[in-house]
Design a protein around this ligand. Structure first.
Ligand code: 9PG
Length: 810
């Protein structure tokens, strides 16, 4: 039994001589993986090898104690080895004694005299049928019987679903069932390099899906699932493939070798692979995995308690493409003046200048005419006004017509024919990428970063199109994987920018940026429209879920909500509140609710001087930002989740904030019960924020609301205790309670203080245990209205803060 590792969560059994291993969850209903295998592919000269069938017990490392970041006090481990073709390989399995996950990694050592090319390291394959590269052409061999055992029977194949994470910020992330097809693009080379890891497959077949870094295969009937992935993407990009189109399901996961050269005497080590069983009804099912990843990168719990940034961004109002027109320095100054004027009521911190100031992407020192007074003086003006100056840069991508491309053609990443690689069709051209393994290129990028930060004075950088630092190509240094190249590029920027500069990653492959960026865009761009379109045409582009569109920016904000405050601060992209967009009011409320509930960055992108007060009010109720990570309760059951819950505390007690979203194009009556919300049964008062409606809910009376197309119902939910007063919510803050700064109930009354920046006028709803005798706001009598059963509504106006005293006698 020496090839068994087990703790109370997991049992692993390995048969080294066959190269097979089984892993099963020990909870009832937990799935299992049978006859899984580790393989790797490499080349030496003209010969190609696959290894994986013949492992043996390793003479080193048994039992071994590899320090991992799992936080475990003790762990068990062993490794198996193989030595063929002058290559030594080890697979080390680690099971922390008190953790519900298994870790393993592969080391490959070149013991020969010639270099070896590493194509692929398959960390896990179970049940996949594929053509063996060593077998005669066209022969399909079933590698082995076995595969994935879930608790479902064959008839329940319909209950299987796969959560797929996209490669970079803009890539689609979400759930698939066997009837779905993998979401990619129909635009081929115009678009594929932008959103797709070249080492991850792009399956077209129904039921076959790919994922990046990690994925979750689960059974909706049994409510159990397996998380498989990597703890980091420092060494290689990790890719997954999952088949649920038919019985039995199959799973494959590999570290992208990228054809790196392993020189004699050198060793390659993969990132830790990760496997965990989870219960789908756990309200925070990805917490264990996302926290383990955070620890692996030395990140503090809850992201060190850092708050989410707020600000204004120029892009969705002033862009050179189909918006109001190209950006001018005057636009920045006008909005800066508006930010100053609105500071009291709209306390934003950052003014971020987006794309449009530079003459071409790549030429960061050459500014358009209206910016020729200099970025330095603009940043100084922003700082003088008391704001943080933010700037957009796309440091790894190059426009072919840029001065940079012409003056340094040798810096461009090229393919094996010497042609600059395609970084996607953008700004009217096929774009190129810099080769970040050239020392001069890194020096140049660091110089740009230092100039922007130290000379110009920008301390918030939106680093965009970062995927261009991880494209396939012939790198100057062929021993580096694409993940290593990208991470080194980001490390160079971080070193040049300093720890105090806020870095936002955008268009960025997720894994290699963990621990290096402060915030990360986790969705495609938002837009002035709900659905994707291109130059006003929706027909061909509606299915392009990575095109700018409010609908899909919302989608990924939900499906990637669990990364927030674990890996970075999530950036859900900007909020547009102006009435001049094509968005309906319910759509604007949906986006605002989602930004508030998912807790990430909050940036407005409207021309501020022209905002009407009722629209400004929408933005104001999001400040100060809540900042917390929500529970996405139906994340595994809906393509786009519909139900979010956030648990909040303030002086007025504890309550829940629940968002119910209608993604359909029709109005719908939607119902949610306490069971759906994963809350204890009981009596609650629900207050709907956008419509200011109060409902009583209990086990027999779930919440039932009619929601407009693309609209939201946002509730506060509080347990009723007839003996005590309760704050139910106000129009001032979307949390419906964080605006309460003191709350002092006494024997025959209540005293409380509200706080919200600027001038406020609106309704406050309270539950009071007995009829009111008097209500006063700072000495003045306050008129209230009874909404029924102890629920009172007051109209209150105040500037920044006010005190209210209510007397309801014995
Ligand atoms: C500026 C913009 C904004 C925006 C970024 C990013 O693939 N594309 O065609 C594509 C173009 C632009 C884009 C994303 C994808 O937007 O996300 O916030 O900064 O660049 O150019």
């Amino acid at each position: 039994m020496k090839y068994v590792l087990e703790n109370r969560f997991i049992r692993l059994r390995v048969q080294p001589e066959m190269g097979l291993w089984n892993v099963e969850g020990r909870a009832q209903n937990a799935p299992a993986i049978e006859n899984a295998q580790v393989n790797y592919w490499c080349r030496r000269g003209w010969s190609r090898f696959r290894f994986g069938d013949h492992w043996r017990e390793s003479d080193r490392f048994r039992p071994l104690d590899i320090p991992v970041s799992s936080g475990a006090v003790r762990q068990q481990s062993f490794s198996i080895s193989s030595s063929r073709a002058e290559l030594g390989a080890f697979v080390s399995f680690v099971l922390p004694v008190e953790s519900p996950f298994l870790l393993w990694r592969v080391e490959i050592e070149n013991r020969g005299g010639d270099a070896v090319i590493i194509d692929n390291i398959e960390m896990l394959t179970a049940g996949f049928v594929y053509r063996d590269r060593n077998s005669p052409r066209g022969v399909i061999r079933l590698r082995r019987p076995g595969g994935l055992r879930t608790t479902s029977s064959k008839d329940w194949a319909d209950e299987l679903a796969f959560y797929s994470n996209g490669w970079q910020s803009w890539s689609y992330t979400g759930i698939y069932t066997r009837h779905d097809r993998y979401q990619s693009t129909h635009l081929g080379p115009l678009r594929v390099p932008v959103i797709q890891n070249p080492g991850t497959l792009r399956p077209h077949r129904k039921g076959l899906f790919a994922s990046d870094m990690f994925g979750v295969l689960g059974d909706r009937q049994a409510r159990s699932a397996i998380v498989v992935g990597f703890l980091s993407q420092r060494q290689q990009f990790g890719s997954l493939e999952c088949w649920i189109g038919n019985w039995p399901p199959a799973l494959r996961m590999w570290a992208n070798g990228d054809g790196v050269r392993l020189d004699p005497g050198e060793k390659l080590i993969t990132d830790w692979a990760y496997l965990q069983f989870l219960h789908l009804d756990d309200p925070d099912p990805l917490a264990i995995y996302t926290s383990a990843v955070a620890r692996e990168h030395g990140l503090p719990e809850d992201f060190g308690g850092r708050s989410s940034p707020t600000g204004w961004c120029s892009w969705y109002q002033f862009s050179s493409e189909d918006y109001a027109g190209a950006l001018r320095a005057g636009d920045i100054l006008e909005n800066l003046a508006a930010m100053v004027a609105l500071r009291g009521e709209l306390p934003l911190k950052i003014l971020q200048i987006d794309d449009g100031y530079e003459t071409a992407v790549g030429d960061w020192y050459l500014c358009k005419e209206s910016f020729q007074n200099g970025m330095e003086s603009l940043a100084a003006e922003i700082r003088r006004s008391g704001f943080i100056a933010g700037l957009w840069l796309a440091p790894f991508i190059v426009h072919p017509k840029s001065h940079l491309a012409r003056s340094h053609p040798e810096w461009l990443l090229r393919n094996r024919y010497g042609v600059p690689v395609n970084a996607g069709y953008l700004w009217g051209s096929f774009t190129h990428a810099l080769d970040l393994t050239q020392p001069e290129v890194i020096l140049y990028i660091q110089e740009v970063t230092r100039t922007v930060v130290q000379r110009w004075g920008f301390s918030y950088l939106k680093l965009d199109f970062l995927y261009a630092g991880a494209l396939r190509g012939c790198y100057h240094d062929p021993t580096k994987s694409r993940a290593q190249v990208l991470r080194a590029g980001l490390e160079a920027i971080r070193a040049a920018a300093g720890e105090d500069t806020f870095l936002l990653g955008c268009g960025c492959p997720l894994g290699p940026a963990i621990g290096l960026v402060d915030a990360m865009r986790i969705s495609a761009d938002t837009a002035r429209r709900w659905y994707p379109s291109y130059k006003g045409i929706e027909l061909l582009f509606k299915a392009e879920k990575t095109f700018p569109a409010a609908r899909y920016a919302c989608h990924n904000s939900l499906t990637r909500a669990a990364f927030h405050r674990r890996w970075w601060i999530n950036d859900p992209d900007c909020l547009l509140v102006r009435p001049e967009t094509d968005l309906t009011l319910p759509e604007v409320q949906t986006i605002a609710s989602l930004i508030a509930l998912t807790g990430g960055s909050f940036f407005l992108s409207d021309h501020l001087p022209a905002l009407p007060p009722e629209r400004l009010r929408i933005a104001r109720c999001l400040l100060p930002v809540i900042g917390k990570t929500p529970y996405v309760l139906d994340w595994f059951d809906k393509h786009t989740p519909e139900l979010l819950r956030l648990d909040l505390h303030a002086p007025c007690g504890s309550w829940y904030l629940a968002g119910l979203f209608n993604w359909s194009d029709h109005a719908r009556t939607m119902r949610i019960s306490m069971v759906d919300l994963n809350l204890p049964l009981g009596r609650y008062i629900a207050r709907e924020f956008w419509r200011a409606v109060v409902h009583f809910v209990d086990n027999e009376h779930p919440i039932s609301v009619e929601i407009e197309p693309h609209g939201v119902a946002l509730f506060s939910l509080r347990v009723i205790d007839d003996r005590h007063p309760a704050f139910l919510g106000s129009e001032f803050h979307i949390s419906q309670g964080l605006e309460v700064r003191t709350w002092t109930p006494y024997r025959d009354g209540l005293f409380f203080r509200l706080e919200h920046p600027g001038e406020n006028e609106g309704q406050v709803d309270l539950f009071l245990p007995r009829p009111i005798r008097s209500a006063r706001q700072e000495g003045r009598t306050l008129a209230g209205e009874i909404l029924g059963f102890g629920i009172y509504r007051f109209n209150i106006d105040f500037e920044t803060t006010t005190e209210i005293e209510i007397d309801y006698g014995q």
